[in-house]
Write a protein that binds this ligand. Structure first.
Ligand SMILES: Nc1ncnc2c1ncn2[C@@H]1O[C@H](COP(=O)(O)OP(=O)(O)OP(=O)(O)O)[C@@H](O)[C@H]1O
Length: 986
């Protein structure tokens, strides 16, 4: 269910199929209850019953449309959007055209349903195509225009359709409509209105004959101006009748003046002709504009909104035609719904108990009434052709009697009928038995309205007008047509052709029914008149429909089509199965999570009982199609990549072959002359370089011998560029040798100092502004004493262990956090001790084996401490000296101290130790970057290193407060000359 969409609480049943017991009373009670709750829609299986609310309900907005589009119909309360959504989805998913039929009396809400459905479509149809947006507007605009022209107020409905709508929308394969629309003309409407204002005045001519004249001439001028016709001709045509006479074998026309009444009647005919022809032209124009090119087969979604059944006090030709359409439509729907469906069950061998749909209407026979209509139309057409005075209804009635074809039918009765002889039915009236009720029609004007003919003079006058539409509206006015004397087809014929066309159109479509009910005759909200509704329940055979839906099936498909459509839902039937269709369907049904009772096998078809099962089946199919789409995608990608790979492989083979070929050719001595020259060049080069090297070594011996042994001496003779590499190696070797010579002079104390200098150099070189200056200064070792006014203190020195105190760091930490008193941090090879500087109480002790291997203090100006140690193994002196000798870093004196007592793996130490020094230096930068500027964030990192050949992992701890030791690990991997450092959070 959609977010933020609140459906009204609905405790009553949604589907009349579930009604128990099923009687007119229970049906009416449920309908009334739901209507009072504003639940105006209820299902009968896959049909919908709608009761006109006569008030606006907030259930037709975009949110509702999308909710019904996205959800299964049975998940949400009944709604027209649900019917619409089902039809739309079927249209997209199957090749079947869909048609939604709205049926019901005049004022039951059919047109509103139609409009809401268009709203639904305009919401759900994809907006990305500008054509589609255009179409949506066109549909709406066309509907507004057609409503404006074709609706009128009647006693049954304030906005009653006077025309039937059959909207046939073509959809392309993407489910978007593919047509456009164009309309507009108002001048003629203005003429019709103005004609209505014209009145006639009786006059007596000089010869004593009666005539008439237009009393409000200004209207005539307006009309003539709008239509572009001559005023004098107009006045003559509307007041005189031209009569053809034959005198002394000579024919001529004379004008006979009409009385005021005659002229007024004539004017009304003109009005009607103008309006009706304009409307027909409008519909034709819209149809021709919206018709798409029949390039390929598209799917159709149709809506049939017929004018509703009408029964007034006086029923004329209009009602006669409207009710014919209703009768015929109802017969078709009824046939499709009851007769053909039940016949199909029997034909297909489905166990079926016949439903008696004649029920209360045994006296009424559809076919009878429709047949009577057909014959009445026939008589009407003949009468129209024969009759010169087209206003005589008596003539029509006599004709009916004369033909005497229909008077024996039960559905028909008139003045002459036995049953009606004693009744009050007038001579000019006849009565027909309709599926809704008996209706008495007055045949007055039937012939005239059916023939829809206007005088030749009028047609000619209008045809010759300058208004661009008149020629198309009155083509019979042209000289050519006039000579043919061709009359337009009678209305009855036009109606029959149009209706039969529509009904034929319905035959191949899946029909969806919306049965509209009118709740009351007052046309107001909140009132449900039992009699009014009961009559509709009976006339529409609703109870029988519910019974049919309850016992029948909502959906059927030929077995092969059923299998083809749903076989993807079982692995036994898809992709390939060699079983028979029936066996496959049986396997398929077995694998489906839908009860078997929902399906029935006919001899050639499969039947599915409830709409819910059909929907579920479709949902499963849709999901499965998605899965299959993924499989196809994957397979395509695999195929595509493999094809690419094979192409690359082939190219590689071609390149390698070519290369080998080239090598072979080279080896076989092709281009021999060039090879010899190359060889000679190489020999000469080699001799030259040997000579140069000799010269260089000689110079080295001379130049380096008298020099001092100081490792600080950077002098080195220059050399030829080809000897640069050799020169560098020699220089390094020489430097090592000089360092060794230099160190061999040291005693243990000096050695220790030197180690500290080296560490200080690692830490501060290129980082401290005073570094360069401090290099040559001897390292004193006791920097505590160097610091005046500090709380620093050398605590003790016991045996091989030495302690470094850097209270300033602690001081700074505690000052910045504001939580702790100044502390002393003591780092030894065995432990880290934090002490109160005033009392020298040990506050915190961490065993060295657990915490650190290298500790580093990078903060205070002149302080840097690197302490490399291990609880496991001490380094021998030779190891240490080897370690230092491996370092190319200059040993220098600096404030700070350094201890080396490292664990190493044999054979790796030289490389690894120098590497660690490099690492620590880099690490320092990493930490700086990671935690910010050291002066702001006071941390004291403690490093822990492990050496595993080329991989060094250093864990370091940093103290954000004395009591809070946090740890992180840095993984360092050496790749050639490059070192990759990454921080691993613990
Ligand atoms: N769903 C609805 N919500 C609100 N008002 C409605 C609804 N359906 C119908 N109405 C009201 O009922 C009136 C009559 O409805 P509508 O014109 O659709 O009837 P109809 O069956 O098409 O009649 P006809 O056959 O005479 O054309 C509408 O003008 C409208 O005021």
């Amino acid at each position: 269910m959609e977010k933020n969409l609140i459906f009204r609480k609905d405790n009553c049943i949604w589907d009349f199929v579930l009604l128990n017991p099923l009687t007119e009373e229970t049906f009416l009670k449920t309908l009334t209850y739901r209507y009072k709750q504003d639940q105006i829609y209820t299902y009968i299986g896959n049909e919908l019953v709608s009761v006109n609310p006569y008030k606006n309900l907030e259930i037709y907005n975009e949110q509702y449309a999308l909710a019904y589009l996205r959800n299964a119909p049975f998940k949400l309360p009944p709604h027209i959007f649900s019917i619409m959504s089902t039809a739309y989805k079927w249209l997209k998913d199957t090749n079947e055209d869909q048609c939604i039929i709205m049926s019901g009396e005049s004022g039951s809400g059919k047109t509103e349903v139609f409009k809401k459905m268009l709203d639904f479509l305009s919401i759900v149809i994809d907006n990305q195509y500008t054509d589609v947006i255009c179409v949506k507007h066109h549909i709406k605009h066309a509907n507004v225009i057609l409503e404006a022209f074709g609706h009128a107020e009647t006693t049954l409905n304030k906005n009653s359709s006077r025309f039937g709508k059959f909207l046939d929308m073509e959809f392309d394969f993407k489910g978007d409509p593919v047509y456009e629309l164009l309309i507009n003309i108002f001048k003629i409407v203005a003429v019709v209105l103005k004609l209505g204002n014209i009145s006639f005045m009786s006059i007596t001519n000089i010869d004593g004959t009666e005539g008439c004249t237009v009393s409000n001439e200004y209207e005539v001028y307006d009309i003539c101006q709008l239509l572009g016709i001559n005023v004098t001709i107009f006045k003559t045509v509307v007041t005189c009748r031209r009569v053809y006479i034959l005198r002394n074998l000579e024919s001529s026309f004379i004008n006979i003046e009409m009385s005021a009444d005659e002229a007024s009647h004539f004017k009304d005919c003109l009005c009607k002709a103008l309006y009706s022809r304009l409307f027909i032209w409008l519909v034709k124009t819209i149809n021709s504009k919206i018709k798409s090119e029949p390039r390929y087969k598209r799917r159709h979604l149709c809506f049939l909104d017929m004018f509703g059944f009408e029964n007034f006090n006086k029923n004329r030709f209009h009602q006669f035609v409207i009710n014919y359409c209703n009768e015929k439509l109802f017969q078709t729907v009824f046939e499709a719904n009851f007769r053909s469906e039940q016949e199909e069950y029997i034909r297909e061998g489905i166990q079926w108990t016949q439903i008696d749909y004649n029920g209360n209407f045994t006296k009424y026979k559809f076919n009878d009434t429709v047949r009577v209509y057909e014959e009445l139309f026939l008589v009407l057409d003949r009468s129209s052709n024969e009759l010169k005075d087209s206003t005589s209804e008596r003539y029509f009635m006599q004709k009916l009697k004369k033909f005497n074809l229909i008077s024996n039918c039960e559905s028909y009765s008139d003045h002459f009928s036995e049953t009606e002889r004693l009744n009050t039915i007038s001579f000019t009236s006849f009565s027909l038995k309709h599926y809704v009720c008996n209706v008495t029609y007055n045949s007055f004007d039937f012939i005239h309205k059916n023939s829809d003919v206007i005088s030749m003079d009028l047609s000619t006058m209008l045809y010759e007008g300058t208004h661009p539409l008149l020629k198309s509206l009155f083509p019979e006015g042209s000289v050519e047509m006039a000579s043919l004397k061709k009359k337009p087809s009678p209305v009855s014929k036009q109606i029959k052709i149009a209706l039969n066309g529509i009904l034929r159109n319905l035959q191949n479509k899946k029909l969806h029914y919306i049965r509209c009910f009118k709740p009351n005759e007052l046309q107001g909200p909140h009132i449900l008149e039992t009699d009014v509704v009961l009559n509709q329940i009976r006339s529409q055979k609703i109870i029988e429909s519910v019974r049919l839906r309850r016992n029948g099936f909502s959906f059927s498909l030929p077995q092969t089509q059923f299998l083809n459509r749903y076989k993807i839902l079982s692995l036994k039937t898809w992709p390939i199965s060699h079983l028979s269709v029936i066996e496959n369907i049986q396997y398929l049904l077995h694998d489906l999570p839908i009860p078997a009772a929902e399906f029935a096998f006919g001899t050639t078809k499969m039947f599915i009982r409830s709409p819910r099962s059909v929907y579920e089946l479709e949902e499963y199919r849709r999901q499965r199609l998605n899965d299959i789409a993924v499989i196809i995608q994957t397979m395509w990608r695999t195929f595509y990549q493999r094809r690419k790979f094979l192409k690359i492989k082939r190219s590689q083979i071609i390149i390698v072959t070519a290369w080998r070929k080239y090598q072979r050719r080279k080896k076989l001595g092709i281009n021999k002359g060039k090879k010899q020259i190359d060889w000679a060049i190489k020999i000469i080069q080699r001799h030259y370089i040997q000579w140069k090297r000799y010269q260089f070594l000689k110079r080295l011996i001379c130049e380096l011998r008298p020099r001092t042994m100081s490792p600080l001496n950077q002098d080195w003779p220059s050399c030829n560029i080809r000897l640069a590499e050799t020169s560098l190696l020699l220089r390094k070797l020489h430097h090592k040798w000089r360092c060794q010579q230099y160190r061999s002079q040291f005693n243990q104390t000096m050695r220790n100092k030197m180690r500290e200098k080296v560490t200080a150099s690692i830490l501060f070189k290129d980082k401290k502004y005073c570094y360069a200056e401090s290099v040559s200064k001897p390292f004193v070792g006791d920097y505590v004493r160097l610091r005046k006014n500090s709380q620093w203190k050398k605590i003790c020195s016991d045996g091989n262990d030495q302690y470094v105190v850097f209270a300033d760091i602690i001081n700074k930490i505690t000052r910045s956090t504001g939580k702790f008193i100044p502390m002393l941090l003591v780092i030894s090879t065995n432990s880290l001790i934090i002490m109160d500087p005033r009392t020298l109480d040990i506050k915190y002790r961490i065993p060295a084996s657990e915490i650190y291997r290298i500790s580093l203090s990078p903060f205070e100006d002149n302080i840097a401490v690197i302490h490399i140690c291990s609880g496991e193994k001490n380094l021998s002196n030779s190891d240490v000296s080897q370690c230092f000798s491996s370092s190319s870093t200059n040993i220098s004196s600096h404030a700070g101290c350094f201890f080396v007592n490292d664990y190493y793996e044999k054979g790796d130490i030289i490389f690894q130790t120098s590497y660690v020094i490099e690492v620590v230096t880099k690490l320092f930068l990493v930490i700086q970057n990671a935690v910010g500027r050291p002066s702001d964030i006071n941390i004291s990192p403690l490093f822990n290193t492990y050496f595993h050949h080329q991989i060094v992992t250093i864990s370091f701890y940093y103290v954000t407060s004395v009591a809070n030791l946090q740890s992180e690990s840095v993984k360092i991997v050496r790749r050639g000359n490059r070192m990759e450092i990454s921080i691993l959070k613990n």
